[in-house]
Design a protein around this ligand. Sequence first.
Ligand SMILES: NC(=O)c1ccc[n+]([C@@H]2O[C@H](COP(=O)([O-])OP(=O)(O)OC[C@H]3O[C@@H](n4cnc5c(N)ncnc54)[C@H](O)[C@@H]3O)[C@@H](O)[C@H]2O)c1
Ligand SMILES: N=C(N)NCCCC=O
Length: 393
Amino acid sequence: MDDVAACFEYYADLAESLDEKQRSPISLPMENFKSHILKEPIGVVGLITPWNYPLLMATWKVAPSLAAGCTAVLKPSELASLTCLELGAICMEVALPPGVLNIITGLGPEAGAPLSSHPHVDKVAFTGSTETGKRIMTAAAQMVKPVSLELGGKSPLIVFDDVDIDKAVEWAMFGVFANAGQVCSATSRLLLHEKIAKQFLDRLVAWAKNIKVSDPLEEGCRLGSVVSEEQYEKIKKFISTARSEGATILCGGARPQHLRRGFFIEPTIITDVSTSMQIWREEVFGPVICVKEFRTESEAVELANDTHYGLAGAVISNDEERCQRISKALHSGIVWINCSQPTFVQAPWGGNKRSGFGRELGEWGLDNYLTIKQVTKYCSDEPWGWYQPPSKL
Ligand SMILES: NC(=O)c1ccc[n+]([C@@H]2O[C@H](COP(=O)([O-])OP(=O)(O)OC[C@H]3O[C@@H](n4cnc5c(N)ncnc54)[C@H](O)[C@@H]3O)[C@@H](O)[C@H]2O)c1
Ligand SMILES: N=C(N)NCCCC=O
């Protein structure tokens, strides 16, 4: 909730500085022309959002689109619509003019799809799965409608042999067990330098077993249930497929014994993974991490980039130059050094490859909802002189 409020405050400030930036001049090579730009709202925007962080994901779109001067139609996930409806109630309370923010609930094909194909919706901003992203892009293409897509990921975390093991273990856990792993940028592929792999995994298992798995309303809870039965079954299937493909479930993999009800899954660590396995290639969106070892920096980078996704990547090492090299080498929109997941409204957020395109947050998040117009004026008293004037006989 703090992040939601901070996001609205941040874009309220950017809306004001946008006014100051209007009419900024473009320098031209001819003196008899003057040019400036106008940043204008793109129009009516369709905002389609997922169920993980349901209000925050909606806010990342609602706040900048309204700050840009757009009107918006928000379609939250059918699995988690209530906080967005509450946002609507707050907008009414603060007298946002009717029609500026519209919220429609419903299933994707019924309530979401019409936004991507509607001729009066000028842009669609989508966060969700890669499969749905493709559908939205296809529908929008028929109208040549711009889209921005924040899709899934299978982000790597690379740990070198010069680190403080316990500190690195904690970031590895935060990277994939926070929010029960239902985080698009979760660092769900752990790459360990072979020299520390055994020691690291021993510590990781010990820390993971120490996580309090409970009803999130209980004091000290660090892992709650996943969102739905469907998601629960999907995650269990990923784990059983990994096992049948020959991987080792080093820890977790099942329902915690003390929780008979609810869609709870233990923090799960999977080793003996090969790059052809499903668990290495596909997004789980659950508290499941898979592990591989590497020997050299170039091998680590190659493994890290061995994915169709490109949302985030992380590296933990005490060698600053190595971290800088790896930041450049990773094919992702976000790189974390010596941490995983911290997210700031000021910094751009988004992916490459099948993790989508476009950037949310920061000034880039506002640009998503603006279109740029050039205004160019001829300011000489002389005629243009390209054609011969008809002779005045
Ligand atoms: N990159 C990011 O910033 C980010 C953030 C959060 C979640 N995600 C991704 O979201 C996914 C999980 O969320 P999900 O299960 O809600 O995704 P989803 O793609 O199933 O649904 C997302 C939204 O799209 C709607 N939708 C479904 N079909 C549609 C269609 N044909 N046309 C228009 N809208 C349609 C849904 O109703 C929902 O509101 C994961 O893959 C995750 O990685 C990405
Ligand atoms: N740390 C935060 N707030 N992460 C949000 C990640 C959104 C993607 O699912």
